[in-house]
Design a protein around this ligand. Structure first.
Ligand SMILES: NC(=O)c1ccc[n+]([C@@H]2O[C@H](COP(=O)([O-])OP(=O)(O)OC[C@H]3O[C@@H](n4cnc5c(N)ncnc54)[C@H](OP(=O)(O)O)[C@@H]3O)[C@@H](O)[C@H]2O)c1
Length: 299
């Protein structure tokens, strides 16, 4: 019988509690073994609900696991994940993988040098319905362009995702990775981006893909609750095709991501369509968009 991969969870916030912990506890071939959090009480509480070990000391946490799942802000994730990779741990990363390009590069090279497996949880890329849509549209081909709009409401008062790094970084860094990942997978690698900001964190992107197709994306976290909306479609000779992008039960795609990471870890396969290298490539598009927005602030 194959031994389960022992996972530790970094983070004790809302997303860790509603998605990572339940997925880790319910995925075949995965053993939920430990929780690390900067808040010792929150780590103890979450660990106790699953009968796993709580840690405050990162070295002790890493020593007891084969793999680490992350549910902390990107600038917190990157240095801990780099240390975990250097210690030979496989990584289930959240998007975006980092904020700074230097952190993203350090993480990607640590993963490469340690030859550990990595998967970045671009949620829709692990949903069965979105995967079926991607298989269909990539087989069809001939798409001239695409358009995405994600009007998120996370920055409304009382929303559990109204967290400091989202207030600081906005829709570009929180929702941008999901949208770029899907447009990349459906229309081909992104070769350049043009970005401009609207009010608040409203961000508009024009993406140019490798074969000349172009796509646009509008993302924000500060839409009023009445205007929350997500839409992504392609258009071309075949007409237009809308992606199923909602993930009402994110535990299910996360189980898929964990299963695929565990399979790669066991077989020694380090590449995955959503591995850390892909996460870094998406991060480069975000960083270039941010550079342009900073150079052309909204009037
Ligand atoms: N794939 C998806 O669809 C999806 C959906 C939602 C979230 N996410 C990702 O999941 C991650 C976590 O999101 P979240 O909504 O839970 O909120 P968050 O604010 O990003 O993370 C909350 C957790 O991070 C901890 N934390 C914050 N700053 C820290 C620091 N400096 N050092 C150590 N720990 C720190 C918090 O600890 P305290 O409790 O002590 O503050 C809490 O445990 C993000 O990367 C986000 O992009 C992905």
């Amino acid at each position: 019988m194959t031994r389960s991969l022992r996972f530790g969870l970094v983070g004790t916030g809302h997303w860790a509690r509603i998605t990572h912990a339940p997925a880790l506890a319910s995925t075949d071939g995965v053993e939920f073994a430990a929780v690390w959090g900067r808040n010792a009480g929150a780590a103890a509480g979450l660990a106790a609900s699953y009968g796993v070990t709580a840690h405050h000391d990162l070295a002790a946490f890493l020593a007891g696991v084969d793999a680490v799942a992350f549910a902390v802000p990107p600038d917190v994730q990157a240095p801990i994940a780099t240390r975990a990779a250097r210690a030979g741990k496989h990584l289930l990363l959240e998007k975006p993988i980092a904020i700074s390009a230097a952190d993203a590069d350090a993480l990607a090279s640590a993963v490469e040098q340690a030859r550990v497996a990595s998967v970045v949880f671009f949620t829709a890329r692990f949903q069965a319905d979105t995967r079926a849509w991607l298989a269909e549209v990539t087989a069809t081909g001939g798409w001239a362009g695409g358009a995405a709009v994600w009007l998120g409401t996370a920055l409304q008062a009382g929303n559990p995702f109204n967290t400091p790094w989202r207030r600081d970084r906005g829709g570009l860094w929180d929702l941008g990775p999901h949208v770029i990942s899907l447009l990349w997978a459906s229309l081909g690698p992104v070769r350049s981006v043009t970005a401009r900001a609207g009010r608040a964190d409203i961000t508009h992107l024009v993406l140019r893909h490798e074969d000349g197709a172009t796509s646009t994306a509008t993302v924000t976290l500060s839409a009023p609750s009445s205007a929350g909306h997500t839409d992504l479609y392609l258009w071309g000779q075949a007409g237009w095709s809308t992606a199923p992008v909602e993930a009402p039960q994110p535990v299910i795609p996360l189980r898929t991501a964990l299963t695929e990471l565990a399979a790669n870890a066991r077989s020694g396969q380090v590449s995955h369509p959503c591995d850390v290298q892909f996460g870094r490539a998406v991060g480069r598009v975000l960083a270039e968009a941010q550079r342009q927005i900073d150079a052309h602030p909204s009037p």
